[in-house]
Design a protein around this ligand. Structure first.
Ligand code: BTN
Length: 327
């Protein structure tokens, strides 16, 4: 965490340069400590101009999500109406799990500005820097068998994809089952965790991570060539509250449709946004690798792959790799 005294000093003198020497003297810290504090604040989303012999000037503050703006952005009946907004947490998945165990209602949403142990699929970490992304988890309580959970994963991908397209105009597509890609790079990951009893779902936690306003420097080296952000792609900052509102609207609408009509309409919407269908792919599954052409979804949400010998295989879980360039 940054030292709040330095921030207070900079905020109290808007537009003014304050020299490192003055800061160091007034806060009784070394010049190196001043520089470190400035870098910490930069990581938290503050932007500074540093000019030699003049000092530091605060240029902009991070835009923090606020309850009031979020609630204004929501046009839902229940999704997101019970809202917990946090500066920092380990993982919003964990927060929702605790709320669910204490009886929280369907549609409860937890959003964090930063996650310290963000969880990805297959035990991976999810990079969740402060103030830059959308890190949120939504509680669902469908009265369905556990076997329906993969369909909810696809439903979530469709909802987020439609919301991102509507708000930003960026041509995002879905890689099976639920990664959102732009120009072959990931901008969003979805983690659906289910808790069941006697083969029925007790609750599901739909975790959504959107790389909204990350800049190239916010991506660690291992992600630089495989991930991107909405800001990098469009050259503009996205209003996170508006996008969260749009995701909630799509989620509520599609969830209602799914409960009334089953998976078929969701499957069609998924197909329309898929960048997987028609591609030559290799899928790494627990049983080994399957290669062939992705031909679409089957009714339970599995991916149909036509292998070289023309046999059709259905994949229910695995990691898709495109055999050419990423679409
Ligand atoms: C993936 O690996 O693609 C899934 C990433 C899911 C990340 C989101 S961010 C909000 C929620 N909290 C977590 O810890 N993970 C999910």
């Amino acid at each position: 965490m940054s030292d709040s005294r330095l921030l207070d000093m900079l905020l109290s003198r808007p537009g003014e340069y304050i020299s490192g020497e003055e800061i160091s003297r007034k806060l009784s810290i070394s010049r190196t400590a001043v520089w470190k504090q400035i870098n910490k604040l930069r990581e938290e989303g503050y932007e500074f101009e540093a000019v030699s012999r003049k000092g530091y000037r605060l240029v902009s503050k991070p835009e923090k999500l606020e309850y009031s703006t979020l609630l204004q952005a929501f046009s839902t009946v229940s999704f997101g109406r019970t809202l917990k907004l946090m500066d920092v947490t380990t993982s919003t998945q964990e927060e929702v799990r605790l709320l669910a165990e204490h009886g929280a209602s369907e549609g409860t949403l937890v959003i964090a500005e930063e996650q310290t142990i963000g969880r990805g699929r297959q035990g991976r970490k999810w990079h969740s820097p402060a103030g830059k992304g959308i890190w949120m988890s939504l509680l669902l309580r469908p009265q369905l068998p556990l076997s329906a959970a993969p369909q909810l994963t696809l439903l979530t991908a469709v909802a987020v994809c439609r919301a991102v397209r509507a708000v930003t105009g960026i041509g995002v597509g879905i890689k099976w089952p639920n990664d959102l890609l732009v120009r072959g790079r990931k901008i969003c990951g979805i983690l659906l965790e289910s808790v069941g009893e006697d083969e029925m779902i007790r609750y599901c936690i739909a975790g959504i991570g959107i790389d909204a306003n990350l800049e190239p420097d916010d991506l660690p080296p291992e992600l630089a060539s495989i991930a991107t952000s909405l800001q990098i792609e469009s050259g503009r900052k996205v209003d996170r509250a508006v996008l969260i509102g749009a995701v909630m609207t799509e989620m509520e609408k599609l969830y209602g449709l799914y409960m009334e009509e089953g998976f078929a309409p969701i499957g069609h919407l998924w197909e329309a946004l898929s960048v997987t269908t028609g591609q030559h792919i290799t899928v790494k599954t627990a049983q080994g690798e399957v290669s062939g052409r992705a031909v679409g979804l089957e009714e339970r949400g599995g991916l149909l792959v036509m292998q070289e010998d023309d046999s059709l295989t259905t994949i229910f879980s695995g990691e898709v790799h495109f055999d050419g360039c990423n679409p």
